[in-house]
Design a binder for this molecule. Structure first.
Ligand SMILES: [Zn+2]
Length: 337
């Protein structure tokens, strides 16, 4: 009934869920690079459609705001916040007598630019489970906020500029929002600034924010996409200290892998405890896991859930080391992700 082919496909439902290659009609949970493709027609929140159109101009858009029921091709659908990035949504489908939820990327932690995920009651959950091992236990958002600000202060005290590497949609805006609200002047790369402007159209205001050009960066916090960390532009920002913002920062060796001075564990995904908390509240009769570690479905089975992985998992979901040092997954690396 539920299969993974180009994305998630549910028999009898007239659209894919987060199809990864072009299809006729897909629900798009959020606009990260690894969840979108130039589909002919897209179902998404109005915010996600703005980001989608920022990348793909030609699309037939079916906007569905959060918590508004609609019937599409005989299937009742409703979207709930996912907490992942602005506009991110889970989808609830009432189909053949079952309530099926696809979470997309989600977190139960409240962000600085988007509310946390809700947990709708469901019979079947298709769960994004990137960090599905017990060792992934993130600090609270408040602890991460204090850590980022403390590192900023320490870097200033060393007479250096803190450079934060963050992917341009979502993580960058979270960092810009936090640092600006805490009173730091923030410069962001033009790619990030364009997306901040879309956030502003959606009502997310940024304080102390400017676009990075040739100004002095003394006592400024700078946010650039990870793919620019070795660019000429970044080289001109010396002296500097480089911080990668990623949940993979919990892994030993992530600093070397990301080639940053430090990795700070700011994540927009659920950690292991949140994945379990979600399922304990939703109490589904069936769980399909997606992304992440093969062991997670087994862990769930040991805890009494009827769980299985929906796709062949990656051997190492976080990083793949190559001859150049590191190759990031698209979601971490791609400029549009
Ligand atoms: Zn994502």
């Amino acid at each position: 009934m539920i299969s993974f082919e180009k994305g998630i496909k549910i028999e009898g439902v007239p659209f894919h869920l987060d199809a990864r290659t072009k299809v006729d009609f897909s629900f798009v949970s959020h606009a990260h690079f690894d969840h979108i493709a130039p589909h002919r027609k897209v179902l998404a929140t109005p915010e996600t459609l703005l980001f989608f159109r920022h990348r793909y101009k030609k699309v037939v858009a079916r906007a569905l705001p959060l918590r508004r029921k609609q019937t599409i091709g005989g299937v009742k659908v409703e979207l709930f916040p996912s907490g992942h990035i602005l506009g991110g949504a889970q989808i609830l489908l009432e189909h053949r007598g079952k309530r099926i939820v696809y979470t997309g990327d989600f977190t139960l932690s409240p962000g600085w630019t988007s509310p946390p995920a809700e947990i709708p009651k469901s019979d079947i959950v298709i769960m994004e489970s990137t960090y599905g091992l017990p060792r992934y236990q993130f600090p609270t958002r408040e602890e991460v906020a204090d850590l980022i600000c403390r590192k900023t202060e320490e870097t200033f005290a060393q007479g250096k500029t803190p450079i934060f590497l963050a992917y341009p949609l979502g993580k960058s805006q979270e960092a810009a929002k936090l640092l600006g609200e805490r009173g730091y002047a923030v410069f962001v790369h033009p790619t990030i600034f364009e997306i901040c402007k879309i956030y502003a159209r959606c009502g997310v205001e940024f304080k102390n924010l400017d676009v990075l050009s040739n100004q002095s960066t003394a006592r400024k916090a700078v946010i650039i996409p990870p793919y620019l960390w070795r660019s000429r532009m970044a080289a001109q920002l010396a002296p500097k200290k480089v911080f990668f913002l990623s949940g993979w920062g919990l892994d030993e060796g992530s600093r070397q892998s990301f080639k940053a001075d430090e990795v700070l564990p700011l994540s927009d995904h659920a950690d292991f405890a949140q994945l379990l908390a979600y399922l304990e509240e939703a109490q589904p009769e069936k769980v399909y896991t997606l992304h992440g570690f093969v062991e997670f479905a087994e862990i769930l089975r040991q805890r009494g859930f009827d769980a299985q992985s929906l796709e062949a998992p990656l051997e190492t979901p976080s990083l793949k080391i190559n001859a150049d040092g590191v190759k990031f997954l698209p979601s971490l690396f791609n400029p549009k992700s």
